[in-house]
Design a protein around this ligand. Structure first.
Ligand SMILES: [Zn+2]
Length: 450
């Protein structure tokens, strides 16, 4: 009995030394690639704030502490807003992998015995989410209904098709094939430029004129995959890798919204004292790292996996994201498999909004923070107000409104009295008007036409 207890205690002791998990809301703290004798533990100070303590047992070498934050579920941390500070309050250099921002590795020297890991509220607050009820007006007086459509043009779900790592086959295969189907692709590029002392060439840089031509045509989207796909060492390098790539993309979209999808790339390491939020806000990027179905043939059964994923997203009315690397025979995705997936998307095209990642992110963010309010109504007319919480310079994707009209023949006007073009749809015998409006605060009126 005693012996058994002893063994249990020993196992518990080892577990405690290697990783502390209890009482921290799913946060795990351990040494990175080190077993001790030093010990590491953590204390929760408040929600999203904990103190990590390290007790050295004679070790004098630098150690690294790994802090793994829950990625999903009830206790999920907003990983992009997390930083580490030492006891003097100085921001510490934290290492993370490009697509696992919730896992922090904090290198500490001999002098550090404790540090704080915490969430800092974004300086640019995220727009408040409105409720479903706030996005619909059900007016008894006129009998009209106004709502913000889930997706543009009455589509059921959205689909983005992404291509990573700037490969020549994006121009030779992906763009022309997507154009055959009439689909928009999102190209996550590494714009370089070639670094001194490196032999690595960046195809986006060497094929810049071709990309310029694609962007002039306006049917494809570019996204930020960092300048060189090599991670970053330090804050200045982070700025160059994220900001440099963002600027290269903006140059090809003169006068357009700067909002761009960002994915720092798998297999890369990033060291910075700052939160990812700093870079996202400064360069008008949004985090597009997660929730995407990898379409490389090496994963096996990709066409079927895509069919299933698309079906699920259609059933739930959600945004389905997929990503490719290189397209062509013997490359990450064969042309046949690529086309087979596009054929499936084509079959569902009437229900799918196939768009760029920034387009979809914009619509989602605009809609989820927008609000409709009734201004006035009578038996045959209705005036309502649209309120948008997003920055119109960045969020410029038109919102689709759907109206069950108060009379057989109506006219919809904006504040200036200009008539708005609408599309009439018959759904199960009922008539529905659909029209697009800019995502800005505005007043609209619907009145019966004599
Ligand atoms: Zn990549």
């Amino acid at each position: 009995m005693t012996k058994k207890l002893c063994v249990c205690f020993l196992i518990w002791l080892i577990a405690q030394a290697n990783a502390q998990t209890t009482g921290l809301g799913g946060v795990q703290v351990s040494f990175d690639r080190y077993q001790g004798p030093a010990t590491v533990s953590a204390t929760s100070l408040e929600k999203f704030k904990l103190r990590v303590q390290v007790e050295r047992m004679g070790e004098s070498q630098p150690l690294s502490v790994r802090v793994e934050l829950p990625k999903s579920g009830r206790n999920v941390w907003p990983a992009n807003d997390v930083e580490a500070r030492d006891e003097a309050g100085t921001a510490m250099l934290v290492r993370r992998s490009g697509i696992e921002w919730e896992n922090l590795v904090v290198p500490i020297n001999e002098k550090v015995s404790a540090f704080i890991v915490q969430v800092v509220e974004p300086s640019v607050p995220l727009p408040r989410s409105t409720s479903d009820k706030e996005r619909v007006i059900q007016d008894v007086t006129s009998g009209a209904q106004v709502r913000i459509a889930n997706w543009p043009q009455g589509r059921t779900a959205a689909l983005s098709i992404r291509f990573d790592d700037s490969h020549p086959t994006h121009l030779s295969k992906a763009v022309p094939i997507l154009r055959e189907y009439g689909f928009k692709g999102t190209f996550m590029v590494n714009p370089g430029p070639k670094e001194p002392g490196s032999r690595q060439n960046y195809s986006f840089e060497t094929q810049h004129a071709e990309w310029e031509a694609v962007m002039k045509q306006g049917d494809m989207e570019l996204a930020n995959h960092s300048a060189h796909h090599r991670g970053a060492k330090g804050d200045e390098d982070m700025e160059r890798e994220i900001g440099g790539a963002a600027e290269a993309i903006w140059k090809l979209n003169p006068g357009k919204s700067k909002l761009t999808a960002l994915n720092l790339g798998g297999g890369t390491l990033w060291e910075t004292t700052r939160r990812l939020r700093h870079y996202l806000d400064k360069y008008h990027q949004f985090d597009a790292s997660s929730g995407s179905l990898g379409m490389d043939d090496s994963y096996g059964g990709r066409v079927e996996a895509f069919r299933k994923a698309l079906q699920t997203h259609l059933e739930r009315g959600l945004w389905c994201r997929v990503h490719y690397h290189y397209i062509g025979e013997g490359l990450s995705s064969s042309e046949a498999n690529f086309r087979a997936a596009l054929d499936i998307a084509k079959q569902h095209q009437d229900k799918l909004w196939i768009a760029g990642m920034a387009d979809i992110h914009k619509y989602q963010t605009e809609r989820s923070s927008a609000k409709l309010t009734l201004v006035k109504s009578d038996a045959n007319s209705l005036t309502f107000q649209l309120d948008c919480a997003t920055d119109a310079a960045l969020y410029d994707q038109p919102l689709t409104l759907e109206v069950v009209p108060p009379a057989a023949k109506v006219e919809i006007k904006d504040e200036s009295g200009a008539s708005i073009a609408t599309q009439l749809i018959e759904v199960g015998g009922a008539r529905l008007l659909r029209f697009d409006v800019p995502p800005r605060d505005a007043i609209y009126s619907i009145a019966s036409k004599p």
